[in-house]
Design a protein. Structure first.
Lengths: 119, 882
């Protein structure tokens, strides 16, 4: 079984959640974290994260600053903003509702469907 | 909210590209460093650590592109790139670019200019507020010239009082000739043109004076103080635009006339009511003085809001037949009819068809231009096949290449549009000052917002039209073949060449249609010039003569006789004579009937009447068919004499000798003394009406003004000063009127036809040139493509002549195909312009033959140049090359 293709917009949500959970982090750190959490199930080219980062930053949901990493390297660190947290909460709610509905839809059994149809 | 911020950020990013790119570069470098470091920590070899880091990163270039796309304005970026590239390519291919832009400029310029004319004459409303309410009222059958297009003052006032459709009914005196007054001042008296208008004329039109005021009611009454309103150009010219002019007086014909107002520059009486005429000042028509003058007022009305033309017409149909011609003589009856026409329709309705034809012609030119450019671009695209193949191989999508080609065509048509707009400005400025063309509203011709919009529309349409075909073709080019092929083999372009051939054939066909149209109009124009006018306009000239006879016929006779005798003695003068009106200018009509006959109401048409001196008929070059000319002693108190034209003779005394018969003119008996050939009194194209010539010395009638006509072999200008000296000696108050060749009157009458003919011919010439260019392009290209093939054939023994013949045959095949298609199209189009032709069949064989010959000659010439080149190909060089 191959890796999962990311649905449109899900990467942005993952990035927001990662930053909310981990605090400020650089691009490589975010990418690695997502890979680890997903148990390497997600097909993620690490490079694609930068398009997502610039998108989120331009919307004002994250902010960035150049800083120095633990191993003394210069890197650009991203942090979630207050507005970003609100957005994250909203998106997470939406996602939960959607998966809930999807679960119900996919749980439909063939018999139940026929009964519904006959009624 | 966040979307708005994002948009702003993207725009900022677009402008901040280098810095952001550098930052991204640094960020990605750091990313890789982190990854490598982590891999090293996991104990991988440095090489492997780096490789794995790159693998899990994915495509580096794609990541950067994605980030840039997310960050900035990609579309705009690409557009700028394309634009830069297009400019660079076009600049490199200078010859192509120049030709393309020039062709486009000609096509677009002609289109804007014609659009401006059409817009001014047809589309734009008249320059009056609420102009759609303005209506011109004419007789139903205006056969008798101006007199049957006018009404008596009594009739006008009666209609004004009784009608319920119009807010206002107004009018102007229709019989003022040019230079009918003289302005006395310091030095020489100066000819000026005055016009009497009803007191409510300007308020009805909605024209407000820029200085002073309109005529007051008192000023339209008998014996009121004479007043005038000045036209804007006259105020500027004569009074230097003096803002204090209102209240001052000027001396007109010895009368002190007070200026009460100045009209705005936008009001040009001539351009609306009488194309080509200029009026210097307006005076109030005093109706009580004019009630015995007969039909003199041209009627204009303003409809009440909500009243349709049809309703007004219905009312007019019931009112007009009952109107009185003259209240003092109710028994005379008016016999009036009325035909209501929207003023706009009256002004330009007759021109509508000509203008539409012109518009179509110029549209066809644009189409040819597009086809031609498509062709040029195709040839160019073929030569650039390799370039595009390379770009495709490097990852450019088809859309990107089509977009690149479209950008190039947009740049070209943009440049063409700008240059064309410049040309159109020049043409329009020139046309607006052509007072000699009798087209209405020409003075208000200008390039306005509508014309600019039109330009934009044309530019965009053309660039899409001519850019799309080659673009699409290129986009689907076979990549491998193009890269492999030297670009010159025979493989590249069978279908390519077929497309180009189709384009050329359609171009030739369009040129065909234009040529036939121009040919037909030219033939019509020549026929108009060939019409026997009934007089000889060449070698004669006329000048308006001022005299004061106090209304006494005897005194008038003496003055006129003196003028003619003295002028006759000027060296170079063959004969001289005087008439009150000249043909093809102002006219008036009365009635004539044979004595003893009774006629049905409306059976007799109006008869054009001219008061002439002896010698006039000879001087203007009319032909006396029977009887004799008028003599100085034709001043019988009881029975005046009359010379009639052949049309009157034929209708009133059919099969008889009219000379010596008695006719009745305005209830006066008159003896016919001669018959003259018919004169085209309005223009060469309309049939001659009834015309009669009365002795100006007869006490029963009176002339309106006097035009001295001189016949001479010399150019008229050579006589002007001599004639003026004589006139001044006789009457020191003679104003410095212009000595005008009679030919000018004739030319003025035919100027609209000449105008349209010239324009369509110019377009046809342009079309022919473009078609020639198209043929040349295709043939020349195919010769280049087949250099190798021709080389082989020549190496195998084909002669130079044979090669030339083959190329020419190919050319002729294209031309003949175009000719066939074009002839069929022309046969259809010719029917549509049939009503614009004069004495010419829409299937005129000479026009069609002329078109065919012109096209074939041009085709052969444009095919011969490449044919010659083909025959000079050196087989050795051709085969070695490549």
């Amino acid at each position: 079984m191959g890796k999962l293709d990311l649905l449109q917009g899900t990467l942005d949500l993952m990035v927001l959640q990662t930053l909310a959970a981990m605090g400020a982090q650089h691009g490589y750190g975010i990418a690695r974290r997502i890979e680890q959490v997903s148990g390497n199930e997600v097909l993620l080219n690490q490079g694609t994260i930068y398009a997502s980062l610039v998108r989120l930053e331009q919307r004002g949901w994250i902010e960035s600053n150049w800083g120095v990493s633990d191993n003394n390297r210069k890197a650009k660190f991203y942090a979630i903003t207050e507005e970003g947290r609100e957005q994250l909460a909203e998106d997470a709610r939406y996602w939960a509702r959607l998966t809930g509905v999807m679960d119900k839809v996919l749980a439909m059994s063939p018999d139940a469907g026929q009964e519904e149809g006959a009624a | 909210m966040s979307l708005l911020r994002r948009g702003r950020e993207r725009v900022r990013a677009f402008w901040n590209k280098p810095a952001l790119d550098a930052e991204l570069e640094a960020e990605l470098a750091a990313h890789l460093e982190f990854a490598i470091e982590e891999n090293l920590e996991r104990g991988l070899a440095p090489e492997e650590a780096r490789r794995l880091a790159l693998v899990s990163f994915g495509g580096m270039v794609q990541a950067k592109e994605q980030q840039r796309e997310a960050r900035g304005l990609m579309t705009l970026d690409i557009l700028l790139q394309d634009l830069k590239y297009a400019l660079r390519t076009l600049a490199r291919d200078r010859g192509f670019t120049t030709v393309a832009i020039l062709i486009l400029a000609l096509g677009i310029g002609a289109n804007i200019a014609v659009f401006s004319v059409v817009n001014t004459l047809l589309l734009r409303p008249l320059p009056f507020p609420g102009s759609e309410q303005l209506v011109r009222i004419l007789e139903r059958d205006p056969k008798g010239g101006e007199s049957s297009m006018t009404y008596s003052t009594d009739a006008m006032q009666e209609f004004q009082a009784k009608n319920r459709s119009f807010q206002q009914v107004t009018g102007y005196f229709a019989f003022s000739g040019p230079d009918n007054n003289k302005l006395m001042g310091n030095g020489q008296p100066q000819p000026v043109t005055g016009l009497m208008v009803a007191g409510n004329f300007f308020p009805t039109l909605g024209v407000a004076p820029i200085l002073g005021r309109n005529f007051s009611t008192e000023e339209t009454l008998k014996n009121s103080r004479p007043v005038a309103m000045l036209s804007y150009p006259f105020w500027k010219r004569q009074f230097g635009g003096n803002p204090g002019i209102v209240g001052q007086t000027m001396d007109i014909d010895g009368q002190q006339v007070t200026v009460v107002g100045v009209l705005p520059n936008t009001f040009d009486f001539g351009s609306v009511f009488s194309p080509g005429a200029k009026v210097d000042f307006f005076g109030p028509a005093i109706f009580s003085d004019m009630e015995d003058w007969g039909n003199t007022i041209a009627l204009v009305g303003r409809l009440k809001p909500g009243v349709t033309l049809g309703q007004a017409q219905t009312e007019a149909d019931s009112l007009f037949p009952k109107l009185h011609f003259n209240w003092k003589h109710p028994e005379w009856g008016g016999d009036y009819t009325a035909n209501l026409t929207g003023l706009k329709d009256y002004v330009s309705g007759k021109l509508r068809r000509s203008l539409i034809v012109l518009w179509c012609a110029v549209g066809m030119i644009l189409l040819i231009v597009c086809v031609n450019l498509s062709n040029l671009l195709l040839a160019r695209a073929a030569a650039r096949g390799k370039e595009f193949a390379l770009r495709t191989a490097l990852g450019a999508g088809r859309g990107r290449i089509v977009r690149q080609l479209l950008t190039e065509s947009v740049v070209l048509s943009g440049a063409g549009a700008i240059l064309g707009l410049g040309m159109a400005f020049a043409i329009v400025a020139w046309l607006a000052h052509q007072g000699s063309i009798a087209l209405p509203l020409l003075g208000s011709l200008r390039i306005d917002g509508a014309a600019l919009g039109w330009t934009l529309l044309i530019a965009v349409t053309t660039s899409i039209l001519f850019g799309l075909a080659p673009g699409l073709r290129m986009g689907r080019g076979d990549l491998q073949a193009a890269l492999k092929d030297g670009g010159r083999g025979a493989s590249d372009g069978r279908s390519h060449e077929r497309l180009r051939a189709v384009l050329v054939v359609s171009e030739v066909a369009l040129a065909c249609v234009l040529l036939v149209g121009a040919g037909l109009l030219l033939r019509s124009f020549l026929h108009v010039l060939d019409v026997d006018l009934g007089f000889e306009p060449s070698h004669s000239a006329a000048i308006s003569v001022a005299y004061d006879d106090g209304g006494n016929a005897v005194k008038r006779g003496a003055i006129w006789q003196q003028v003619i005798q003295r002028v006759d003695q000027i060296p170079g003068v063959e004969s001289a004579g005087i008439s009150d009106n000249l043909p093809m200018s102002v006219n008036r009509s009365w009635g004539i009937s044979a004595k003893g006959h009774t006629y049905r109401k409306g059976e007799l048409p109006g008869t054009f009447v001219y008061m002439v001196s002896p010698g006039y008929l000879k001087s203007i070059g009319m032909r006396l068919v029977k009887g004799r000319d008028i003599r100085w002693d034709d001043n019988d108190q009881t029975q005046p004499v009359v010379v009639i034209n052949e049309t009157i003779a034929r209708h009133l005394w059919p099969g008889e000798d009219p000379v010596g018969r008695i006719g009745e003119i305005n209830l006066t008996e008159a003896r016919v003394i001669g018959v003259v050939a018919d004169v085209h009194e309005t223009n060469a194209e309309t049939e001659a009406g009834w015309q009669m010539y009365l002795s100006a010395t007869a006490p029963q009638f009176g002339p309106v003004g006097a035009n001295l006509v001189v016949r001479t072999k010399l150019p008229p200008a050579a006589l002007a000063s001599g004639v003026m000296r004589v006139l001044r000696e006789i009457n020191p108050a003679q104003p410095a009127n212009e000595f005008r060749p009679i030919q000018m009157l004739v030319d003025h009458a035919s100027s609209p036809r000449r105008f349209f003919m010239m324009l369509v011919s110019a377009f046809a010439g342009l079309g022919l040139l473009l078609a020639a260019l198209g043929i040349y392009g295709v043939i020349s290209y195919s010769v280049t493509q087949r250099t190798q093939e021709i080389g082989i054939r020549m190496a195998l023994g084909s002669s130079t002549g044979r090669v030339q013949r083959d190329v020419l045959a190919k050319t002729l095949r294209l031309a003949v195909a175009g000719l066939v298609v074009g002839t069929v199209a022309s046969l259809l189009v010719a029917r549509l312009i049939a009503s614009l032709l004069f004495a010419t069949s829409p299937w005129d064989p000479e026009a069609f033959a002329g078109m065919a010959v012109a096209l074939l000659v041009v085709a052969v010439v444009s095919g011969y140049i490449p044919a010659r080149r083909a025959s000079r190909i050196d087989p050795m060089v051709a085969l070695r090359d490549n």
